[in-house]
Design a binder for this molecule. Structure first.
Ligand SMILES: *[C@@H]1O[C@H](CO)[C@@H](O)[C@H](O)[C@H]1NC(C)=O
Ligand SMILES: *[C@@H]1O[C@H](CO)[C@@H](O)[C@H](O)[C@H]1NC(C)=O
Length: 592
C-alpha cells in the first residue's frame, strides 16, 4: 500500500512538472507582451514590449522605441519602422522608414506615389498607374490604365480593359464581357482567373475557390487557400476539412499533389492526432469560455486572461491509476499571481498587491485599501497588516496600521513626538508646528518675517524677496547681480544672456557646445506632419533640421536643397536591440 502511494506521488510530480514546463514554454513562445512568473503568463507593462517582470520592458517590438524614463515602449512616429533617441537630441530620430516614406534627416517624409526623387526633392518616377506631371507631382493615369505617359496617352491597360484611340488620345475602355481579362472591343481573348471561356464568347465562373477550370463542374487548380478534392468537384479550405481549426499546414504527397493538416486549433480546442480533428478542451462545452488552450481532453494548459489555472487532484477508484489531476479555470477576482493547487486559494499577488487572509478568504489588496495614505506595507507571518511607509505629510502611528496627518503645511513629522520636522516651502517650523514665513515668494526662512531663500526668479535681499533681472533664477543680496540663470540663459558678467539661436547648452562664456534638433512634429496627433497624402511637399519647415556647434555657434548641418549632408550621429549607442521573430506572428493572432 505504501509502495503504491509513493508510486502515485511520483507520477503526480512528473505530470505537474512537465505540465509547468509546457505552460512556461507556451508563454515564452509568445515573444512579446507576456512573461512567465512561475505559474502564470502575465502581461507586460505594454503589449509592445518584451519583459521579465511587470516592472518594465526590456526591449520593444518593431515600430516602437524604448522610452527610458517611462520604461515603456512607445510608438515611433508615423511612417517610421525603427527609431531611437540620442540623449543629446531633443527628439527621437527615425533610422528606418516604412515603405512609401523616405528618410530625410531622421524624419520619414511621405512620398505619396513617387517611386524615385531627385537630390532636389523632385519626383522623377511614379508608381505604376501614376505619371509625373509638370509640377513633379504624381497623378493617377486614366481609368483602367496601368502605365501612361500622361492622362491622354496610355501605354498599357489594366486587365479587363482594352486600348482605344479616341480623338487623338489613347485611353482604356472596359471589356463588355463580364469576367474577361483581355479583349478587343467586344471579343474576349482571355478570361479572368476563376472563369472559363465557352464557345459563345462569354466568360463563365468556375466553382467556388477555383482559379482555373474548363467547365463549371470540375476544377483544375484551386486558389491559394484551398485544395481540390479527389473527384475535382470542390475546392476545400482548411476549415472545410477541419472544423474549429485556426490554421492548416500544406503538405505534399509523393505525386506532388497537396493536402492539408491542421496546425493549430481555435482557442478552447485541441488537435486529436488519432482522429485528426479539433476537439473541445472539456466535455461540457458550456464551460469552455474561460479556456484558452489545452493539450488533450480535460488537460487545460492555459486560461483566458483574468483566469487562473487550478490543478485539482481527486481520486477515481474506477481508473487504473486512481489519482488524477483535474484542470479548471477559475476567475481571478483578487489580483492573484499564483494559486495554491491544493485548495485553489491565492498564494501570491500581482505586483502592487499584498496577500491578506481575512474571514478565512484570501485577498490581494493594495496598501491604501487597508490603510489610507499608506504607500508601502506587508503582511507578517502571523497575518497581521503592517504599514511601512506613509505618504508625504503623514506619519505612522505606533500601531503600525494607521497613517495620521502631520498637521497643516507639514511634509514630514516625528511619529513619536508628533512634531513637524520639515515644513512646506514658505513655512517655518516653530515648536513642532508649521507657520508661514510671512514673506511673499519665500521658499524658506530661519526666522519669521525674514526670508533666507526665495523662489526661482527672486533674490533674498534684507529678508525680503525681490524680483531678479530678466532670465535670472537667483540674485541674493543684489537684484542687479545674478548668481544663477534660468534654463536657456547663461551667466555673463553677472547678467543672464539667452543662449545663441538654436543652442541648447553653452559653457560659462556662452560658447555653445550642444545645438538643437528641430523635427517638425505635431504632438497633438503624435505623428509627423504629413504634407497631404497625394502631393509630396519638401519644404524644409516640414522636415528635420539639425544644428551643429561650430566655434560655439549653431550652424545648420544639413541642406536638403543643395543635397549636402553633414549630420550628427543620430543614434549613438542603440538603447536596446530589437528581436523580432516573424515566425511567431501567428501567436500574436491567437493573443489578439
Ligand atoms: C511604362 O511605359 C514606359 C514606356 O513604354 C516604359 O519605359 C516603362 O518601363 C513602363 N513602366 C512600367 C512600370 O511598366
Ligand atoms: C469538365 O472538364 C473536365 C476536364 O477538366 C472533363 O473531364 C469533364 O468531363 C468535363 N465535364 C463536363 C460535364 O463537361
Amino acid at each position: 500500500m505504501l509502495f503504491l502511494i509513493l508510486l502515485l506521488k511520483c507520477i503526480d510530480c512528473a505530470i505537474i512538472e512537465s505540465q509547468t514546463i509546457r505552460l512556461r514554454q507556451s508563454c515564452q513562445s509568445r515573444q512579446t507582451g507576456y512573461f512567465w512568473n512561475g505559474q502564470q503568463c502575465l502581461r507586460c507593462k505594454s503589449p509592445n514590449c518584451q519583459c521579465q517582470s511587470q516592472g518594465g520592458c526590456t526591449s520593444c517590438i518593431e515600430n516602437y522605441y524604448y522610452d527610458k524614463e517611462d520604461t515603456n515602449c512607445k510608438p515611433c512616429p508615423k511612417g517610421c519602422q525603427n527609431c531611437c533617441k540620442n540623449p543629446l537630441l531633443t527628439q527621437y530620430v527615425c533610422t528606418l522608414c516604412q515603405s512609401g516614406y523616405r528618410n530625410i534627416n531622421g524624419v520619414c517624409v511621405f512620398m505619396g506615389r513617387c517611386a524615385m526623387i531627385s537630390m532636389h526633392g523632385r519626383c522623377i518616377e511614379c508608381d505604376q498607374g501614376y505619371y509625373v506631371d509638370f509640377e513633379f507631382v504624381c497623378r493617377p493615369c486614366g481609368q483602367g490604365c496601368e502605365n501612361c505617359s500622361n492622362l491622354a496617352f496610355c501605354n498599357k491597360c489594366q486587365d479587363g480593359y482594352y486600348l482605344v484611340n479616341l480623338q487623338q488620345n489613347l485611353v482604356c475602355k472596359p471589356c463588355s464581357i463580364i469576367g474577361c481579362q483581355t479583349c478587343q472591343k467586344d471579343v474576349c481573348q482571355e478570361c479572368q482567373r476563376g472563369y472559363y471561356q465557352d464557345n459563345t464568347n462569354s466568360c463563365i465562373p468556375c466553382i467556388k475557390d477555383c482559379d482555373s477550370c474548363l467547365n463549371n463542374s470540375e476544377c483544375e487548380v484551386c486558389n491559394y487557400y484551398s485544395i481540390v478534392n479527389e473527384d475535382k468537384t470542390k475546392c476545400n479550405r482548411c476549415q472545410d476539412l477541419f472544423p474549429n481549426c485556426m490554421d492548416c499546414n500544406t503538405k505534399f504527397n509523393e505525386d506532388e499533389s497537396s493536402y492539408f493538416e491542421c496546425a493549430y486549433c481555435l482557442n478552447g480546442y485541441f488537435y486529436n492526432e488519432d482522429e485528426k480533428k479539433c476537439q473541445t478542451c472539456i466535455e461540457n462545452e458550456q464551460n469552455t469560455a474561460h479556456i484558452r488552450r489545452c493539450e488533450s481532453l480535460e488537460m487545460i494548459t492555459q486560461c483566458q486572461p483574468g483566469y487562473l489555472l487550478l490543478q485539482d487532484r481527486y481520486i477515481d477508484f474506477k481508473q487504473e491509476i486512481p489519482y488524477l489531476l483535474k484542470y479548471t479555470c477559475i476567475k481571478n477576482n483578487y489580483n492573484c499571481a499564483t494559486i495554491n493547487d491544493q485548495n485553489g486559494y491565492c498564494k501570491s499577488c500581482l505586483i502592487g498587491y499584498i496577500l491578506l487572509i481575512e474571514d478565512s478568504t484570501q485577498k490581494c489588496i493594495t496598501c491604501k485599501e487597508k490603510a489610507q495614505n499608506c504607500l508601502d506595507c506587508y503582511i507578517t507571518p502571523k497575518n497581521v497588516f503592517q504599514c511601512i511607509q506613509c505618504a508625504e505629510g503623514y506619519f505612522l502611528e505606533s500601531d503600525g496600521k494607521t497613517c495620521s496627518s502631520c498637521g497643516d503645511n507639514c511634509i514630514r513629522c516625528n511619529d513619536k513626538m508628533k512634531q513637524c520636522d520639515i515644513c512646506k516651502d514658505g513655512y517655518i517650523q516653530l515648536n513642532g508646528v508649521c507657520d508661514s514665513c510671512g514673506v511673499d515668494n519665500c521658499k524658506s526662512c530661519q526666522i519669521q518675517n525674514f526670508c533666507s531663500n526665495c523662489e526661482d526668479g527672486y533674490g533674498a535681499i534684507d529678508g525680503q524677496c525681490k524680483l531678479c533681472q530678466f532670465g535670472c533664477k537667483q540674485c541674493n543680496f543684489n537684484q542687479q547681480l545674478c548668481q544663477q540663470c534660468m534654463d536657456n540663459y547663461f551667466l555673463y558678467m553677472k547678467s543672464c544672456v539667452p543662449y545663441p539661436v538654436h543652442c541648447l547648452e553653452t559653457n560659462d562664456d556662452g560658447f555653445c557646445y550642444l545645438c538643437e534638433t528641430i523635427i517638425d512634429y505635431d504632438t497633438r496627433l503624435d505623428q509627423f506632419i504629413d504634407e497631404g497624402s497625394e502631393i509630396p511637399n519638401y519644404k524644409e519647415s516640414s522636415i528635420s533640421i539639425f544644428y551643429k556647434s561650430v566655434n560655439g555657434y549653431c550652424l545648420k548641418c544639413s541642406d536638403y536643397d543643395t543635397g549636402q549632408y553633414f549630420c550628427p550621429d543620430t543614434c549613438l549607442n542603440t538603447i536596446h536591440s530589437y528581436e523580432i521573430m516573424l515566425v511567431f506572428l501567428w501567436l500574436f493572432h491567437i493573443i489578439l
